[in-house]
Design a protein around this ligand. Structure first.
Ligand code: HEC
Ligand code: HEC
Length: 266
């Protein structure tokens, strides 16, 4: 199927979207971005700090910079907690990632725990709608966000505007209309879609993917390419930590790294 068959593209996009994030239910069930969730769920900062120092630091680093002692052996690189990207994740999502592991969250294998409306949302696939050459050009287009000049490529511009920008945003900031129907302009952007669509301007995030990965990511979608490339992702810790422990470590990560306000002493 070619892009010129515009309807074809739209059918695929519409199917992926209706599976991934039905617009009506997103609008109806408002989930406010709520940094207080960990507090409400009994998360304790100091308990979280202790657990972080035992388990999480080895990958994510003492400073939350994603460079703990074993970060190089893990692919993709451990999430950088001090990156602005993290502001867009809800506590609920982070809880689920720690409890079930990210791959299971992406596949919505979360044993009844609701992750943002219980809707599994990841990058949809476009292999049916776009030709390989178009996808290769799109990869270049995506990489050019954040650079001063974008290539003169009318086709990619159009495909991006039609098929990608509702999630990734017109400028590739990950702030498209789809995830942010009820965004409070005062608050930092938080996506209903978890994980949030990639912000192409974040160099440290984008540098982790080679063009091949990006190509297959667009062609097959997130989960399939991750499995294909045998990426590990975040493992689950639900067997080691009880829910209170997990909320505690989420609270610690939120306060100390994401908000950048570590507490001085107990
Ligand atoms: C073996 C290495 C490793 C350990 C140990 C580890 N993580 Fe992770 N973590 C990762 C990787 C890899 C990712 C995924 C990065 C990505 O998606 O780009 C990740 C992602 C995350 C995320 C963000 C989810 C997302 O979508 O990126 C959170 C929150 C998180 N980890 C919390 C923790 C906490 C809390 C602990 C300790 C209980 C922990 N991690 C221990 C490797 C690790
Ligand atoms: C339904 C929303 C949605 C649409 C539409 C969408 N994406 Fe994505 N995209 C995502 C999400 C969510 C992620 C982040 C996945 C993650 O972190 O696990 C992502 C990630 C990416 C990445 C970065 C690689 C990665 O694994 O994070 C690229 C490249 C990308 N998308 C390109 C595109 C292109 C090109 C289009 C249009 C042809 C498109 N996307 C359409 C939601 C979407």
């Amino acid at each position: 199927m070619k892009f010129s068959k515009k309807t074809g593209l739209w059918i695929v996009v519409a199917c992926s979207l209706s599976l991934a994030a039905p617009a009506a239910s997103l609008a109806a069930r408002r989930i406010p971005p709520n940094p207080e969730t960990a507090k409400q769920n009994g998360g304790d900062y100091w308990r979280g700090k202790k657990i972080y120092g035992e388990i999480c630091f080895s990958c994510h680093g003492v400073k939350g910079d994603g460079k703990g002692p074993i970060w190089r052996t893990v692919m993709p690189r451990p999430q950088v907690f001090i990156s602005p990207y993290m502001k867009r994740m809800t506590d609920d999502y982070m809880f689920s990632v720690v409890k079930f592991g990210k791959m299971n969250v992406l596949k919505n294998r979360t044993k009844g725990h609701n992750v943002i409306n219980g809707v599994p949302t990841a990058m949809p696939s476009f292999g049916e709608a776009l030709e390989d050459a178009q996808i290769r050009k799109l990869v270049k287009w995506v990489r050019s966000f954040g650079k001063s000049e974008q290539p003169k490529d009318a086709q990619s511009r159009k495909i991006f505007a039609d098929a990608c920008s509702q999630c990734h945003g017109k400028k590739g900031l990950g702030d498209g209309t789809r995830p942010v129907e009820d965004q409070d302009p005062e608050k930092p952007f938080i996506s209903h879609i978890q994980p949030p669509p990639m912000n192409y301007h974040l160099k440290e995030q984008m540098a982790r993917f080679d063009d091949g990965f990006l190509f297959w990511n667009i062609k097959l979608g997130r989960i399939e390419v991750t499995e294909l490339k045998k990426y590990d992702f975040m493992k689950s810790y639900g067997h080691l930590l009880n829910d209170k422990d997990i909320w505690s470590v989420v609270r610690y990560v939120r306060e100390a790294f994401i908000n950048g306000k570590p507490r001085k002493k107990k």
